[in-house]
Design a protein. Structure first.
Ligand SMILES: [Zn+2]
Ligand SMILES: [Zn+2]
Length: 284
């Protein structure tokens, strides 16, 4: 049986099952085997979020792999097409969102089954970015939650951020300072065409996340929100922002100059109706 090219352990992951406190933990081994095009195998522990016992043997080398596009073990060149690194990597070269985007096609066996055509490059690119910009991790998590409409996740994230500098135990000092909440809410994705969370919410038809971002980062009058939105925001203890110097989230444009309103008009349906009704412009 093949072993991991990095740690040389079998390509399995030990997962814990919840049991009663006074019993020994129950564990089970599940496959965790990412095979690169060169034939080398690595632990990978995807999709995120990884379990606590994950082994990210390939992800640990993400920055190096994303830069060189070579296998960290055998140095084979990995992308499916023949474009060179400078043409394929969005951190170090032009964006991959253009035609001719590259991919690293792998075979990934995990608890969920076998994926014969799993493109690992976006994950490596993301991890490489986070390795050099650790302060962006919560902001990138926020974007994922906006895309999935995970409103409770967003609330939890914001509450965690708020509590972070109040605990005073000094644990955080070694890390880069996290983005303040006002900046976090307005984060624009350098790997995703500079979309904000509001762009992402519109694009993924996530109405609750959309109104939550407006509630927290726009000057749209509270009376213009659906009553249910205001009610649920109050229930979780979220208030409207102070009228500071932060830009209204509705004014943030992607790298093509399109604001969330342009996305809404393109999406049509209720989004276009809201655009007509001035949801994207009132109070600006
Ligand atoms: Zn390993
Ligand atoms: Zn290899």
């Amino acid at each position: 049986m093949a072993v991991c090219a990095k740690c040389e352990d079998p390509l399995v992951l030990v997962v814990d099952y919840d049991v009663e406190d006074d019993e020994p933990p129950e564990t089970e081994e599940v496959p965790d085997d990412l095979e690169l095009p060169c034939g080398c195998h690595f632990h990978c522990s995807l999709p995120p979020p990884p379990p606590p016992l994950s082994r990210q043997c390939l992800i640990d080398d993400a920055a190096q792999v994303a830069l060189s596009l070579k296998c960290p073990k055998c140095q084979s060149y990995l992308p499916a097409n023949q474009a060179g690194p400078s043409a394929t990597n969005p951190i170090f070269g032009p964006s991959t969102t253009a035609a001719g985007a590259s991919a690293i096609r792998t075979r990934y066996s995990s608890e969920g089954g076998v994926d014969d055509d799993y493109d690992i490059l976006p994950v490596l690119t993301e991890e490489a970015y986070l390795a050099s910009h650790p302060e962006a991790r919560p902001a990138r998590a926020l974007l994922t939650m906006c895309a999935q409409g995970d409103v409770m996740g967003i609330v939890g994230l914001l509450q965690d951020m708020d509590g972070e500098d109040e605990d005073g135990d000094g644990d955080d000092e070694a890390r880069s300072p996290p983005l303040p909440v006002n900046k976090l809410l307005r984060y624009q994705d350098p790997l995703g065409g500079m979309r904000s969370g509001l762009h992402v919410a519109v694009e993924n038809n996530q109405e609750e996340a959309f109104f939550m971002l407006l509630f927290l980062a726009s000057r749209l009058a509270t009376s213009d929100f659906p009553a249910a939105v205001v009610e649920s925001a109050q229930q979780v203890g979220l208030g409207r922002p102070e009228q500071g110097s932060d830009p209204d989230i509705r004014t943030l444009a992607d790298d093509k100059g399109d604001g969330p309103e342009a996305y809404a008009r393109k999406a049509g349906g209720k989004w276009a109706q809201w655009a007509e009704a001035g949801v994207f412009t009132q109070g600006l």
